[in-house]
Design a binder for this molecule. Structure first.
Ligand SMILES: [Zn+2]
Length: 283
């Protein structure tokens, strides 16, 4: 009697185990396969993979390992390591480089980028509602005239009226100022002005010092209108521009013209249309 009960129990157990095995083999496995075959929908990577530039040619190894053998990708994107720029950032930089290239001729921003050592766009950000605070320290430099200050103020005004989206508060005090405009008698060589800039890691300008000479390289005293031209050039630097290769622009290294050219204005306008920061793929 007891043996028969044990037999029935063992038989029931065998049936149960067999059923479980069958369930695993024919019911659960196909379900699991269909789940893993479901493609990831609209991931960021796949968007960039389609739109990404052909130059970004390193294989996406991290993604290949995580997915079950996908069809060969038509284009591939660079690996994005810990701390590297995201795909969206790389795509944005690629678009900025394209716009700069497309503007060659009508602006000199491509010359500026080609000539720069760091390929970083620097500019002020959001400074229409909160103007950049500029301080003019008192000076006793030889040949300094109060009318020089009016000349510099009119140069700031000229850039503002040109449509660049930066405003300047020219009445800031020394403690709150972000920019100082100072004077010296002469520079060495042909130079008559200098602008030193500071910026943060995103390429946003945070401060600057503009230094203007009161005598030219030959020792001749500058007149107020010469100072206005010098200031136009240095304020171009203060806005984030570098030199133009064309003598028709105020940003030519040794200015020959006495006002902003249409190309100066277009170049500054384009700079302020683009996000500041690095333009290289890997930085
Ligand atoms: Zn210059």
């Amino acid at each position: 009697m007891l043996e028969r009960r044990i037999l029935i129990l063992v038989a029931a157990l065998v049936v149960l185990l067999a059923s479980a095995a069958l369930w695993n083999a024919f019911v659960r496995r196909p379900a699991r396969a269909s789940a893993s075959a479901t493609p990831d929908t609209a991931s960021v990577e796949s968007v960039v993979r389609t739109a990404g530039p052909a130059v970004d040619s390193a294989p996406d190894t991290a993604r290949a390992a995580a997915q079950p053998a996908p069809a060969p990708a038509p284009t591939v994107v660079p690996p994005v390591g810990a701390g590297g720029p995201s795909y969206i950032v790389l795509l944005a930089r690629s678009e900025i480089r394209r716009r700069i290239r497309a503007s060659a001729g009508s602006t000199y921003l491509s010359d500026i980028v080609a000539g720069s050592t760091d390929s970083i766009l620097h500019r002020w950000d959001g400074r229409v509602s909160t103007p950049v605070r500029v301080f003019f320290p008192p000076t006793t430099v030889a040949n300094f005239q109060p009318s020089f200050l009016d000349a510099v103020r009119s140069a700031f005004q000229r850039w503002q009226e040109a449509g660049v989206p930066v405003r300047f508060n020219l009445d800031a005090d020394s403690s709150s100022a972000e920019v100082r405009v100072q004077w010296r008698i002469q520079f060495e060589g042909e130079r008559s002005g200098q602008t030193d800039l500071q910026w943060d890691e995103d390429g946003h300008l945070t401060g600057g010092v503009v230094t203007l000479a009161t005598f030219d390289a030959k020792g001749q005293p500058f007149a107020p209108d010469d100072v206005r031209v010098l200031a136009l050039h240095e304020i171009g630097h203060l806005l984030g521009l570098d030199h133009s290769p064309d003598a028709g622009d105020i940003m030519y290294a040794q200015p020959k013209v006495r006002d902003l050219s249409p190309r100066d204005i277009r170049t500054a306008s384009l700079l302020y249309d683009l996000a500041p920061g690095p333009l290289r793929v890997g930085s």
